[in-house]
Design a protein around this ligand. Sequence first.
Ligand code: GDP
Ligand code: MG
Length: 202
Amino acid sequence: MSEDKLKLVILGEGRVGKTSLLLRYFKNKFNENEKSTINPSFYEKTENYNGKTYELKFWDTAGQEKYNALNAIYFQNAIGALLVYDVNIPETFEKVKDWANTLKEIVGKNVIFVIVGNKLDLLDKSLLDKNTSLVNEYIKKENCKIFYTSCKTGYNVEEAFDTLIKSVLKYVQDNNIVTNKRAGKKLEIRQQVQPVEKKGCC
Ligand code: GDP
Ligand code: MG
């Protein structure tokens, strides 16, 4: 088959719900005690757009973001991204801006991203206004969309993914992009090797 392959990534601080979003969207599942290690690093689906078939591959991290050890390989050749934060922890939104900058530096400023404010079910509703004012300015500046989601209830998860996917496919077709044939390449998770301290001479 000669489907065009597209790589998409999911970025955000550890524990904001990245793996949970993928599990909800691709398997309609939610685990209260999600453990990243037991899940696959990739989630794939096929989409048709204007008579053409695309193979989409979402990459998930293996938790390296918690140690600031996300390899450039993770970002390389991505055409779109979900940038996730936890609506209950404003600092995680500040990090979203950093991830967006890193992503643009590595893959170029035309990369398409959608912002996700996750764990809406845990949010004290009186804080929502504060939350939206925090992000609105950024959304306007970047001209991107935001979705407030809950992986627990499933609220808005499909909408967030579908919006990203549609925007990416439209961009690819409108600009006649020759899509990345390397999207199917296996994720290499490199161990962060700590230098061993030598104790004395042998
Ligand atoms: P990741 O490190 O960004 O991949 O985050 P995980 O998907 O592993 O989620 C971290 C924790 O938050 C897990 O215990 C999830 O069950 C929980 N979690 C994720 N999304 C939600 C949500 O929308 N609502 C609630 N209540 N918990 C969530
Ligand atoms: Mg994870």
